[in-house]
Design a protein around this ligand. Structure first.
Ligand code: GDG
Length: 752
């Protein structure tokens, strides 16, 4: 694909809300443009694509139109939305919206992801409706998407959608961006088991998951590992369905729009107006949606402390507080509005004078020019959320300060604090710190203000919202390319047919089959994956053909292999090649070896296992394994690394190798591996068909030694020396079944 940036392809944006709101009054539709960071940001990006000369239909928007529209009006809305806003409305009933939006989205996910577990409601009805609404979005999308589209899903309302969509359209590139924090595992795990699993699985349906900060990405990795057992390799998570890239894209703003605002006549008019009303005072600005996560009460309390400690600033500063209505009718929001208004009244009553009102409070939406004027006229911007995914207000304030003056006070709990380190950073829970920051800001010399703002402005100009969206879309295109490369190795239909045909025509065949992770999925404990009847029947019918030599080539000890497969006519390789057993023959060692070293190393391994609940040592005859599949993954990774280092020192001069497997560290004789074992087999016969299937690094040694003509398959979507990949053990069984059931009865002996 030549279009590396994705700008030639149609972009399908999916978000809970469309870029407009519709209301129904007297049976007629009324359209209102909707504001907010997401819509404004993406609109700027779309505009930049247009300016770059793209076709006008290079994007469409899919989402809820803002109210429940029924009957005849739906058709009208559909055509108007497409014509005027390139949008496809998703229709939802008032009840669906209530339990989905006010319920699961805003009474469960929003509080929990912003670290307000005590506000979190765990209501199964809400969860059911969340799933249902995600399904409705999926159905609507399926009527819109075309195969060469790029789909970009936004935010916490639609976390199940990526997987739902991928199930219906596996080749469609799907990206997801989360605008709020992804909380730490300890908080995320508070969700009931099926909910948290389905949310993670839902997100991991996407090809690319974007988050604002590195911390949120780390939190996501940790939850994916601990809840689903999926590890990440350099930011990529391998799932049975594919590779998912997780990366950080700190959302920017339309920098030029804010930097140029001061030159606009309407903004100038607003500035004059504000200055006229608030002349001779220093303005401290506060702008947020009404939300408990924004720390508005703390801010007021911090301001109160500041006034208490600094009488000299009485009559000299004003806190201009804009609170934008949001989620009206939700208990915590209504309650908070009351508290804010009481506190504003208290502060004004306590400190105000006839000629001075300390807090000028407005509870309303302000148009862009008024907002830009406020940014421009204010000496300080006070942003103190208790948690905030990013916070665009802080960035907009800095961008608007074209003369370089102005001080930003910013909560360390915002994503924006990671990029705006030159601001005065405060902990919003510390009211005294807010009060002190106000004093520091009011006393900061102009040249220091400029020095700080210039640095932040340079950063915000470089990584603006166009760059943010452009980077995300390009990353989505590159993830596709990687996915296509890996997929190119997935056993294609033609190669599978060739393999079967080659098998059918050959006279002397050998099949090297690993067991764990190849013929059966990996389990928490090795004892849990005893072969079942279907697997045994399959092996049995493969061995029934006298042209076949079937070799189970495993890291297991020989007594387990004997117990499980001893009654079959199969060859066995135990302990990764230390022990070999021909069909109907006794076990033999692949080379002479002693195992005195085990006595020395076992106590060390045991001591590491004692320090890690869930870890255990498996002693085999010529090797030892330290398993940690059921242990705490983070602690295990640290301890495994420490132990490997320790063992490497001890074994440096011995004929031993320490290797890292799939959540297991193994110590065995150097020069003994699955490759040497297979070579031994191949050397003794003249096979005209060689097939090897395995799932982990130890199988790579096997793939490497096979003759050119051999067919090798690695299970899992990872890069490999093998010729092809299959995704999961079920696909291996399906392939082997196809071989075993070839209609070629004449040559079969008929018994296992
Ligand atoms: C979520 C995350 C993340 C606000 N009031 C008015 C108005 N606004 C505009 C601001 C800004 C946007 O709305 C608010 O964005 P924030 O980032 O501050 O906060 P959330 O709405 O909570 O946004 C947040 C964001 O998504 C993006 O990913 O940063 O963490 O919670 O652009 O200018 N605009 C106008 N009038 C208003 O009264 N015109």
């Amino acid at each position: 694909m030549s279009d590396k940036t994705g700008s030639e392809r149609r972009l399908v944006i999916v978000s809970n809300r469309l870029p407009f709101n519709v209301t129904v009054s007297e049976g007629r539709l009324r359209f209102h443009e909707s504001a907010g960071g997401l819509v404004t940001g993406l609109s700027a990006y779309i505009e930049s694509r247009r300016r770059a000369g793209r076709l006008s239909d290079n994007h469409v928007w899919v989402g809820w139109p803002g109210s429940s529209v029924e009957g005849q009006l739906q058709e009208e809305l559909r055509s108007e939305a497409l014509l005027r806003f390139q949008s496809y409305p998703v229709f939802l009933s008032a009840e669906e919206m209530d339990q989905f939006y006010l319920g699961f989205c805003n009474a469960t996910i929003w509080p929990l992801f912003h670290y307000f577990p005590s506000y979190t409601v765990y209501q199964p009805r809400f969860w059911d409706q969340y799933k249902r609404v995600n399904e409705v979005f999926c159905e609507s999308l399926m009527n819109v998407v075309r195969p060469d589209d790029l789909v970009w899903i936004h935010d916490y309302h639609l976390m199940l959608l990526p997987r739902m969509l991928k199930k219906k359209a596996p080749d469609l590139p799907v990206g997801f961006f989360l605008h709020i924090p992804f909380p730490s595992f300890e908080v995320f795990r508070l969700l009931p088991g099926t909910w948290r699993r389905e949310i993670l699985e839902g997100l991991l349906g996407a090809d690319l998951i974007g988050l604002h900060t590195y911390e949120y990405a780390q939190h996501f990795f940790q939850s994916a590992l601990r809840i689903l057992g999926f590890e990440n390799q350099m930011g990529r998570i391998l799932t049975p369905e594919g590779i998912v890239k997780v990366d950080t894209f700190p959302m920017g703003i339309d920098f030029d729009k804010f930097a140029n605002a001061i030159g606009r006549a309407d903004v100038q008019g607003e500035i004059q107006h504000s200055r006229h009303r608030l002349s001779h005072v220093k303005i401290i600005l506060s702008v947020d949606r009404l939300d408990y996560s924004k720390g508005i009460l703390n801010r007021l309390e911090g301001f109160e402390l500041f006034l208490e400690a600094n009488p000299r600033y009485h009559g000299v500063v004003v806190l201009a507080m804009v609170v934008v209505p949001s989620r009206i009718g939700v208990h915590h929001y209504d309650q908070m509005k009351k508290q804010i208004e009481e506190l504003v009244g208290k502060i004004n009553g306590r400190f105000g004078r006839i000629d001075w009102t300390p807090v000028v409070y407005q509870y309303r939406n302000v148009p862009f020019e008024a907002l830009a004027a406020l940014y421009s006229a204010s000496d300080i911007c006070l942003v103190t959320p208790l948690r905030d995914g990013m916070n665009l207000v802080a960035k907009e304030y800095v961008a608007t300060r074209t003369d370089g003056t102005g001080v930003l006070i910013l909560s360390e709990m915002t994503g924006a604090a990671k990029e705006l380190g030159e601001a005065i950073i405060v902990n919003p829970n510390n009211r005294q710190a807010i009060a002190d920051a106000l004093s520091e800001a009011l006393e900061m010399p102009a040249n220091e203000q400029k020095r700080r703002n210039r640095m932040m402005q340079a950063r915000l100009r470089r990584y603006d919202v166009m760059r943010w969206a452009g980077d995300f879309v390009s990353a989505l295109v590159s993830v596709q390319e990687v996915r296509d490369k890996v997929r190119a190795k997935l056993l294609p239909y033609a190669a599978r047919s060739d393999l079967i045909e080659h098998y059918r025509q050959s006279r002397r065949r050998v099949l090297f089959l690993d067991y764990d992770g190849t013929l059966t999925p990996l389990a928490r404990h090795p004892a849990l994956v005893k072969p079942n009847e279907t697997q045994m029947d399959l092996l049995c019918s493969l061995t029934a053909d006298p042209r076949n030599t079937v070799v189970i080539i495993s890291g297991r000890d020989r007594s387990t292999l004997d117990k499980w497969f001893g009654d079959l006519s199969v060859g066995l390789v135990a302990e990764h090649g230390a022990w070999l057993k021909g069909v109907g023959k006794p076990w033999r060692l692949s080379k002479s070896m002693t195992s005195e070293w085990k006595g020395q190393l076992l106590p060390i391994l045991e001591s590491y296992a004692d320090r890690l609940p869930g870890a255990f040592v498996e002693e085999k005859e010529h090797s030892v394994a330290w398993h940690y599949r059921s242990a705490d993954p983070d602690q295990a990774a640290l301890l495994a690394a420490e132990m490997t280092d320790h063992l490497a020192n001890l074994t440096a001069k011995a004929d031993l190798q320490v290797s890292q497997g799939n959540r297991v560290v193994e110590i065995r004789h150097a020069g003994v591996n699955k490759g040497t074992a297979a070579r031994d087999w191949i050397a003794n016969a003249d096979f005209d068909f060689v097939l090897a299937i395995g799932d982990d690094l130890t199988d790579e040694e096997l793939f490497r030694v096979l003759p050119e003509s051999a067919m090798s398959i690695r299970v899992g979507l990872v890069s490999t020396h093998a010729r092809y990949n299959l995704r999961v053990p079920a696909e291996v069984l399906e392939l082997l079944n196809a071989l075993a059931q070839l209609p070629d009865e004449a040559t079969k002996s008929g018994k296992c």
